[in-house]
Design a protein around this ligand. Sequence first.
Ligand code: GDG
Length: 465
Amino acid sequence: MKPARRLVAVSNRVGPLRGVAAAGGLAVGIVDALRESGGLWFGWSGRTVAAGRARLHREHADGMTVATLDLPQQDFERYYNNFSNGCLWPLLHFRIDLTQYHHADSDAYRHVNRRFAATLVRLLRPTDLVWVHDFHLIPLASELRRLGARQRIGFFLHTPFPPTEILSTLPHHEPLVRALFDYDLLGFQTDEDLNRFQDHVRRAARGSVRGATVGAFGREVRAGAFPIGIDVEQVHRFAFTRPGEQDFARMRAALAGRDQIIGVDRLDYSKGLLRRMAAYERYLEQHPESHGHVIYLQVAPVSRGQLKSYREFRHEVEAAKAQINGRFSRFDWTPVHYLNRALPRRTLAGLFRASRIALVTPVRDGMNLVAKEYVAAQDAEDPGVLVLSRFAGAARQMTDALIVNPFDGEETARALHHARQMPLAERRRRHERLMRGLVEYDVRRWRNEFITALADAPTGSGRRR
Ligand code: GDG
């Protein structure tokens, strides 16, 4: 039986409808809910076209609909590359040294949100629940409201929410914050992000916080922490069935008894790869007995390669890797293996299973799903150890990992040593507790709690204090 209310998910990237398991992330999280409610998924088509040639594409499968819009090339560049990824992303990750602000980009961001809203509003039904995802689409609710939409609209921020001192460096940040008050529900990854949002509202917007209700600009919105989870059973199954299991076996055979440390991250400066490499180098310096017995495999698919900051970062990572390998390699041992491309999810699960340690040390991360996937892919009888940055949202929940400060290379190097020495009984104990947390707060719970809170939020646009 379908629930009465249709779910409409909106995100910059959409799909794929088929092969969701291969896509992971958001897709795994929301596709079930879309299917169950005969839902609609709306976003960018992935195509850029000449001005005036943008089209709406619609596809139906499994009882759900996907509707996507093309974007003119120049709009896309300014909205996506420049403003979303070149300005908002570094700001949200506390990297104001990297933010690039240009008025024309900020205008294009607003303009693209307006275009999305103008198309989406025609597809909406009065009782729909609309769930907007991430920082690309902050003004979407305002634009929908302007066009008369009165549906309940929720927003989930996948990234951290920065401190007010950082947020206020963004020129014209106030309209962006004000736009959040056109939603009915705001979801953050952790209580820390929620607190920073509330703090900003109190201090910069002279607003008020009463329990889950935040008021400012003459409006009120519900706000809460909804930590995103994973499909634990799926990741575990991927690691223990073909073809993931075959990749596990191949990896094990290639390791020939060596301990593997694994890192899997989009090639993004927020993920802490440079400091991670430096910590590994320090570990090798301090532990000559480990030479020949440990390998660090870093999977780092290229991300946002159109941006200079990302290209430069890539070169720095590659130089760091080359330096460690140049310094420590032996003719029969290379200490760092670096894969600069994406691997299938099933292969990743197999590699997680084959790795004795996962090094997940972002300098700032909304949640970090890799930390969760690594734990889910382990063999409970002989589990590996997670070394996790305290600056990943995941650290709020995964307190049985070895929690490190990624800015302290010595501490991270010590954690690597600790992880390699950890007795089986302790590994099992930690793993069991971590798994319990993953199962309790899995992706279904995340989604259901958000959708329920949205359905229960005080209704509609134009709420006045
Ligand atoms: C944002 C927030 C938040 C990675 N390499 C490959 C691959 N992946 C998959 C991982 C994981 C996903 O991509 C990455 O998720 P993360 O959470 O680690 O990081 P972001 O991409 O930055 O995600 C983050 C997340 O949104 C969800 O809210 O946790 O904080 O920044 O699932 O496994 N997947 C495949 N091949 C790869 O090589 N197939």
